[in-house]
Design a protein around this ligand. Structure first.
Ligand code: ADP
Length: 277
């Protein structure tokens, strides 16, 4: 099967005081429709930059992103093009402030999204919107919060509201940038199960930026390991987790506690919050 998403030679340089900084360089990978890909690597490896480029939030300095063989419309003009673009790719950030309108309740925001995409989603029957809002909020563990504005929600609840918004659109590709990392373990499990169902039932293609190898093992078919802006290893998760080829991938795997773990082989890495705030 050919790739749904094809990233080739993706490079992003940012101007800086001491010359250009390269956030990612010559990054290439493919994702087949309905697969889940993990982008892993230490902090600063360039993972977020790659997903921002794939989401079209920024322009690459070099390289390209193809969706079904066509260049992704990075600056869609007009309502139809913008809707098509949103339906193709949705991104959930670690910090979801930007996608929530402070003046709008969570329910009203979801209802608006559903109305915008109603024709494509085939849900334009009267009353469907409200039911679907309730369903989405239940799914992400925010029951009864349709009338809440973002300011009333905790960080973890806002994160879940952002996930609900991305799910509402039912995109072809869902990019999750450490989007479940800060959630309570039970909510995290619920959302991971939901994502697995989406992939299996709707064929939604998932790209996870994650430091959590349990997520990689549970949900992903292939992995791209990044370091210093470059891809160091790519392949099926079944092989990468059991027989990593690159020394850096081995270091990453060695830093995950598991039976027989030998911490002395591990390099210090940034700690990650696991408690929902
Ligand atoms: P990761 O997601 O793997 O932690 P990032 O993609 O956030 O890595 O960052 C990769 C590198 O690019 C880092 O050195 C970061 O400082 C740099 N970088 C990211 N975004 C910008 C930006 N907007 N301007 C300048 N440098 C950036």
């Amino acid at each position: 099967m050919s790739a749904l998403l094809e990233v080739t030679g993706l490079t992003k340089r940012y101007p800086g005081r001491q010359g250009e900084a390269t956030a990612c360089e010559d990054v290439s990978f493919q994702v087949r429709a309905g697969d889940a890909l993990a982008l892993v690597g230490e902090s600063g490896a360039g993972k977020s930059t790659v997903v921002r480029l794939v989401a079209g939030l920024e322009q690459p300095s070099d390289g390209r992103v193809l969706l079904r063989g066509d260049p992704l419309d990075a600056r869609p003009r007009g309502r139809a093009a913008r809707l098509a673009r949103a339906a193709a790719v949705q991104i959930v950030h670690q910090d979801p402030y930007s996608c929530l309108d402070p003046r709008q309740t969570i329910g009203a925001g979801l209802a608006e999204l559903l109305r915008l995409h109603a024709r494509r989603l085939g849900r334009d029957g009267a009353g469907n919107g409200e039911e679907r809002v309730t369903e989405l909020l239940d799914t992400v563990g925010l029951p009864g919060l349709a009338d809440a504005r973002p300011a009333r929600l905790s960080g973890g609840q806002r994160q879940r509201a952002a996930i609900a918004r991305a799910l509402a659109v039912e995109p072809d590709i869902l990019l999750l940038d450490e989007a479940v990392a800060a959630l309570d373990v039970s909510v995290q499990a619920q959302i991971l199960n939901l994502l697995a169902d989406l992939r299996e039932q709707r064929g939604t293609t998932l790209v996870f930026v994650t430091h959590d190898l349990a997520v990689v093992r549970q949900l992903c078919q292939s992995a791209v390991v990044m370091r210093g802006g470059r891809v160091v290893e790519t392949g099926p998760v079944s092989r990468i987790l059991t027989a990593p080829e690159h020394p850096y991938t081995r270091v990453l795997l060695d830093s995950v506690p598991r039976p027989g773990w030998r911490p002395r082989r591990t390099r210090p890495t940034a700690s990650h919050a696991s408690t929902e705030k």
